[in-house]
Design a protein around this ligand. Structure first.
Ligand code: GLU
Length: 447
């Protein structure tokens, strides 16, 4: 079996040699899915996985824009349309200087499995730009988004490809993108998700990724008759996912002690309360400040510059910042400090070394494609509401989100449990996500 996986990876590596993050994401899937394919007659010999690692379409385009001083800039725009076997392409847009083909292909590949797990009919895609929104004025952000959509609008549509937000793309950017799509195409349609409430958005969409991550962690803890009550929780990141993961963890009785951004992390031993969290939301979302400013307002907390929060002792760790933010050494520190549960809010935040350390110690570990699927699942619910031309209440959407997270958890157990009763959520998520897409691809033939 090892040889089969190696031969497969050699072929994928030869074709994508300069895409390390993409190869990392593929390797993780190959290790669990290739043995499953080999043991399942209907999939064996059909080259399904090698077809799945090749995007159906990858688009790159020029995004020219003018800054407030009249200077002209050019960024690169992308949309990776990875797989549409079970529904139109669906996945976020990321605006960050690190964006390149490797990052977006890894994200699009993960999205295929994640979207399949949600139980909703959504294929996988991802896009974005190497544009850096940091320190840009609202007018510059608007001009960039308008230029980006000027090209992207040719490739998307409510039945073709429905982008949403990701790092660097929030409600402000979705607004500017939607405005330009509506103008060029002359139609008001659910072509983007994460929209404002008065123009087609869904209640709970902003909260969904963070809430869903905590619902998933709560389900994992419940398998051990445990819960968030009284637990010390460390969270990385301070954007949309981290903020609402913190809010829900606090609601469920956890004590959240850290949040971070690219400059470092804050450690508040007394716990980040609901009130302190509203200060952070104002700071990050409205004032667009840095997390270090938290210590100006709450001087008993400390700011640790240039570090991630994984050396702070905790029971539960929720990595909600970005890919590869938690490495093998961090995993060892977490384990040494008695951490019992790591549940990913970001996409692929744990390195392969970290994941094997968690598996070796048999702690609860959930990969983002399962645990952070609440965001895209609620995007799916936003699409449904757009099609119905109707809005569900907060409670209705939250209840559906909870049902979806419970069903993803159940699928992970179905395919990930071993004889000893230990659940490998990575294996469970990969195989459960694969089966639905593979069945659709088999039914539709070689296209
Ligand atoms: N960017 C989010 C994710 O990684 C959400 C995508 C969406 O809502 O389409 O799943």
């Amino acid at each position: 079996m090892k040889e089969k996986i190696e031969t497969f990876m050699e072929e994928v590596t030869a074709r994508n040699a300069h895409e390390p993050e993409f190869l990392q994401a593929v390797q993780e899937v190959a290790e669990t899915v290739i043995p499953y394919i080999a043991s399942t007659e209907i999939y064996d010999g059909k080259n399904i996985l090698i077809r799945m690692v090749e995007p159906e379409r990858a688009i790159t385009f020029r995004v020219p824009w003018v800054d407030d001083d009249g200077e002209i800039h050019v960024n690169r725009g992308y949309r990776i349309q990875m797989n549409s076997a079970i529904g139109p392409y669906k996945g976020g847009l990321r605006f960050h200087p690190t964006v390149n083909m490797s990052i977006l292909k890894f994200l699009a590949f993960e999205q295929v499995f994640k979207n399949s797990l949600t139980t909703l009919p959504m294929g996988g895609g991802k896009g974005g730009s190497d544009f850096d929104p940091k320190d840009k004025s609202d007018a510059e952000i608007m001009r960039f988004c308008h230029s980006f959509m000027g090209e992207l609008c040719r490739h998307i549509g409510p039945n073709t490809d429905i982008p949403a937000g990701d790092i660097g793309v929030g409600s402000r950017e979705i607004g500017f993108l939607f405005g330009m799509y509506r103008k060029i195409r002359n139609e008001f349609t659910g072509v983007l998700t994460g929209k404002g409430l008065s123009w087609g958005g869904s209640l709970i969409r902003p909260e969904a990724t963070g809430y869903g991550t905590v619902y998933f962690a709560a389900s994992m803890l419940a398998t051990k008759n445990d819960s968030f009550k009284g637990k010390i929780v460390t969270i990385s990141g301070s954007g949309n996912v981290a903020q609402y993961a913190a809010e829900k963890a606090i609601q469920l009785g956890g004590k959240v002690v850290t949040l971070s951004d690219s400059s470092g992390y804050i450690h508040d031993k007394d716990g980040i309360t609901k009130e302190k969290l509203s200060y952070i939301m104002q700071l990050k979302n409205i004032d667009r400040g840095r997390i270090s400013q938290y210590t100006d307002k709450y001087p008993t907390a400390k700011f640790v510059e240039g570090k991630t929060p994984w050396d702070v002792p905790c029971d539960i760790a929720l990595p909600c910042a970005t890919q590869n933010e938690l490495n093998g050494d961090d995993a060892k520190t977490l384990l040494k400090n008695g951490c019992i549960c790591v549940c990913e809010g970001a996409n692929m935040p744990s390195t392969p070394e970290a994941i094997s350390a968690f598996h070796k110690e048999k702690i609860l570990f959930a990969p983002g494609k399962a645990s952070n699927a609440g965001g895209v699942a609620t995007s799916g619910l936003e699409m449904t509401q757009n099609s119905l031309r109707y809005n569900w209440t907060r409670e209705e959407v939250d209840q559906k989100l909870q049902q979806i997270m419970a069903s993803i958890h159940a699928s992970c157990i179905e395919y990930g449990i071993d004889k000893s009763g230990y659940v490998d959520y990575v294996k469970g998520a990969n195989i459960a996500g694969f089966v639905k897409v593979a069945d659709a691809m088999l039914a539709q033939g070689v296209v």
